[in-house]
Ligand binder design. Structure first.
Ligand SMILES: [Zn+2]
Length: 482
């Protein structure tokens, strides 16, 4: 693609690039006086709402109903599932007082909503006719993060936490739900033009209380991975703890099988990180609050009315359902280009006196920073075609980046070399034992993401586990993670 796109700072000093852009592009303000809790600014919130609109429509399409649960959970409910509480106890915020009085039953601010929802599920679910039962909510959740916090990525208030919770009459139907979640996730990822991988987490790193957990990861510019989605099959684990039973057609009482599917504002972090460059954000047209900015370029002594022409073009685009803005500020065009590039507006249309006279316009693409002259009469079609071109280019560029950062090796030494060099994801044979998995995590100073999913992709033959020398059963993925 065009040589004008610079990604030096993006690739070499990603952390600084990201922290600056969060504020300069108007996504969030980090100056709120509680660590790890940030303020959504109007532009950032508009982008996030566009992502959520797609999620709501997918939930509707797949028969999930939206609910809203309270943020406070009684300690007594929180403690019903042993593994779950062990996993979260160290990172919950407690509410211990009301006014001057200590509470009889302490409350926690939800870190996730299993323990809030499931006592209600046991009241709502009565018979096989109620199943499958599918609900979701998008709410704020709280986790006392002790690691270094980072906006949208590691925060103490996750303010756009998506969680779908389902109940089923069999393990098979819960498995069908996981496949549906994966399909929804895939559609969302395409909508955001972000390629990803799915791994089945090792047992020691699954969600507290889950039978198994799947995680979706993306590749960040610095070669570390970011988890942006999870799916968990709980089997009957929570159903037993919260007594969620249904009556079968034969009149027997059985525990339900449950699943969850989770995502958050990390989706926006992924979009920023994957598509951005040294000029700022690069937004996919699907979620850009402004898809097209029209910039009139008046010239001294020119008679043509560039402002009227710009407004006329904008009106036509608006009527075609495109989100458009005309920048009529009295500042130099170069300054306007800078501002809109920083905010990642996918398409800029420039109109000067000669364009008015020749019934033309200049279309500039944010992703490639290239320009083309189009006929005035063909502008809507040209913009639509450019949107498609941007979506394809963003996805393909990111896919190439992801794939070039996955390396299959046979030995610990080769794996270490990958992490020293360009980082990324290492795939290495593994016998399947926890001991060897943990040993590799330690040797590589990396996390095991898990095994490729679906499971057919994880099986290998004829290789040895580099730790114990026994025959390897799986491919295991390791990465340095966010
Ligand atoms: Zn082994």
């Amino acid at each position: 693609m065009a040589g004008k796109v610079k990604r030096e700072k993006w690739s070499e000093n990603f952390s600084e690039w990201y922290n600056e852009l969060i504020e300069t592009a108007g996504i969030q303000d980090k100056r709120y006086p509680v660590k790890g809790m940030n303020i959504w600014l109007p532009y950032g919130l508009k982008i996030m709402r566009n992502i959520e609109r797609f999620i709501h429509s997918e939930m509707e399409r797949t028969g999930h109903e939206e609910v809203l649960f309270p943020a406070l959970i009684p300690e007594t409910e929180f403690q019903k599932e042993a593994e779950h509480i062990a996993g979260f106890e160290g990172e919950v915020f407690w509410v211990t007082h009301a006014g001057h009085d200590p509470l009889d039953i302490r409350l926690i601010l939800r870190p996730t909503s299993e323990t809030a929802m499931y006592s209600m599920f046991s009241l709502w679910i009565r018979s096989h006719a109620d199943l499958p039962f599918k609900v979701y909510q998008i709410v704020n959740t709280y986790r006392y993060e002790t690691k270094h916090t980072r906006p949208l990525i590691r925060v103490r208030e996750i303010s756009r936490f998506f969680e779908a919770h389902t109940a089923h009459d069999s393990y098979e139907d819960a498995e069908r739900q996981i496949r549906e979640d994966l399909e929804i996730f895939d559609r969302l990822a395409k909508f955001l033009a972000i390629p990803y991988i799915i791994s089945k987490r090792p047992d020691w790193d699954k969600f507290p209380g889950a039978y198994y957990s799947l995680g979706a990861e993306i590749m960040m510019p610095d070669g570390r991975t970011l988890q942006i989605g999870t799916m968990h099959n709980y089997r009957q684990n929570f159903a037993k703890a919260y007594d969620i039973k249904y009556e079968t057609e034969e009149g027997e009482h059985e525990y339900v099988h449950q699943t969850t599917f989770g995502m958050s504002e990390r989706l926006l972090a992924a979009v920023m990180a994957i598509h951005g460059d040294d000029n700022g954000l690069v937004l996919p047209p699907t979620i850009a609050p402004i898809q097209v900015v029209v910039v009139p370029i008046p010239k001294k002594d020119a008679e043509a009315d560039v402002f009227a022409y710009a407004r006329e073009i904008a009106e036509e685009l608006r009527n075609a359902g495109i989100r458009v803005h005309v920048d009529e500020r009295d500042i130099r065009p170069g300054r306007k280009y800078y501002d809109w590039e920083l905010k990642g507006v996918p398409v800029r249309i420039e109109v000067g006196p000669r364009d008015v006279e020749g019934r033309k316009a200049v279309i500039a693409r944010r992703d490639t920073l290239t320009k083309e002259v189009v006929e005035r009469a063909e502008i809507v079609e040209a913009v639509r075609k450019t949107f498609d071109g941007i979506m394809d280019n963003l996805y393909n560029r990111a896919k190439e980046f992801l794939e070039s950062h996955i390396k299959r090796v046979d030995t610990i030494e080769e794996a270490k070399a990958v992490f020293e060099d360009r980082r990324g994801i290492v795939e290495i044979p593994w016998c399947g034992s926890e001991e060897c998995g943990l040993k590799m995590e330690e040797e590589l100073d990396a996390k095991m993401l898990g095994t490729p999913y679906p499971e057919e992709k994880a099986r290998i033959e004829g290789k040895k586990c580099p730790v114990c020398g026994r025959e390897a059963k799986f491919i295991a993925r390791f990465a340095r993670t966010y």
